[in-house]
Design a protein around this ligand. Structure first.
Ligand SMILES: NC(=O)c1ccc[n+]([C@@H]2O[C@H](COP(=O)([O-])OP(=O)(O)OC[C@H]3O[C@@H](n4cnc5c(N)ncnc54)[C@H](OP(=O)(O)O)[C@@H]3O)[C@@H](O)[C@H]2O)c1
Length: 260
């Protein structure tokens, strides 16, 4: 089976009536998600903790940084600051239809019994708190047709020696997606993308089977455009899995054919 993905063949959904907040959009996976939503015609808002990160990211995006791309600078990682950012974004831009949370931070280097309190607080407490803060701020604000999407990693289910804190943080967030879906029922669409290693701007070498940040972005827009995409975790460790999910969402041609 051919496992190359030619994004020029993709059938991008029209999301010109959507307004998405991409939290962690300045990150290496977030970049692909931002590009895809802009390509689909959506208005994109990225909260970022620092102006420096915004300036750097705008340089990375180049011409893709259209006038549909907006930034809001300020902290969003606590319950209070996430609520403040949500109020600010709604007041400035209007109703948000979708949220993608791609809040990152990899950590490695020690066995679990060697970690410090500071490392635990930063990578487990800090990152899970930032995610829960987005859920608190945005789930009550989203319309039913919108989506809440989490970008996670395979470390949620596969132990990685030396990265225990991230393993536990990602596993907690995977369960958060599941319990959140159970709590919102049919009222909201909550999904996650559980990624293996990703081809991003920060990688010096990549394996051909790894999915790319732009493919993750296409999947995200496909989820937004597919009302049936709800209460699901998309496993995306390989191109083969990515192709199958992109086809299922109707944003990539079927084998020997066109997108549905
Ligand atoms: N990169 C990969 O190969 C890969 C593979 C599998 C899964 N993932 C998953 O994809 C998601 C995003 O990862 P990424 O590689 O794109 O991360 P990243 O490059 O570090 O970017 C993540 C963004 O999150 C924001 N952020 C908020 N609090 C943070 C904190 N305490 N530490 C670091 N960043 C923080 C930052 O935005 P501001 O500074 O603008 O606020 C940052 O740009 C994560 O859930 C990760 O597990 C990534």
């Amino acid at each position: 089976m051919d496992t190359t993905i030619d994004l020029s063949l993709s059938q991008r959904p029209d999301l010109s009536d959507r307004r998405v907040v991409i939290v962690g959009g300045t990150g290496s996976v977030g970049e692909g998600v931002v590009r895809a939503w802009l390509d689909a015609g959506a208005e994109v808002i990225i909260p970022s903790r620092t102006q420096g990160r915004v300036d750097q990211f705008t340089g990375v995006l180049g011409e893709a940084a259209t006038d549909k791309l907006n930034f809001v600078v300020g902290d969003y990682t606590t319950f209070a600051s996430a609520e403040e950012r949500a109020e600010q974004i709604e007041a400035e831009f209007g109703t948000v239809t979708d949220v993608v949370a791609s809040i990152g931070g990899w950590w490695t280097g020690k066995s679990l019994w060697e970690i410090t309190q500071a490392e635990w607080d930063r990578y487990f407490v800090g990152l899970t708190t930032a995610h829960v803060a987005q859920v608190r701020a945005w789930i009550p604000r989203l319309p039913e047709h919108g989506s809440y999407q989490l970008i996670l990693g395979g470390s949620a289910t596969q132990p990685v020696p030396g990265s225990s804190i991230i393993n536990m943080e990602q596993a907690a967030l995977l369960m958060m997606r599941q319990v959140l879906s159970a709590e919102v029922g049919e009222q909201r669409r909550v999904v996650s993308a559980v990624l293996g290693p990703v081809q991003t701007r920060l990688r010096h070498w990549v394996e051909p089977e790894w999915v790319s940040a732009d493919e993750v972005g296409l999947l995200s827009t496909g989820v937004a455009a597919s009302p049936a995409a709800s209460a699901v975790d998309y496993t995306l460790s390989t191109k083969t899995q990515m192709i199958a999910h992109l086809r299922g969402l109707g944003v990539y041609p079927q084998e020997g054919g066109e997108a549905k």
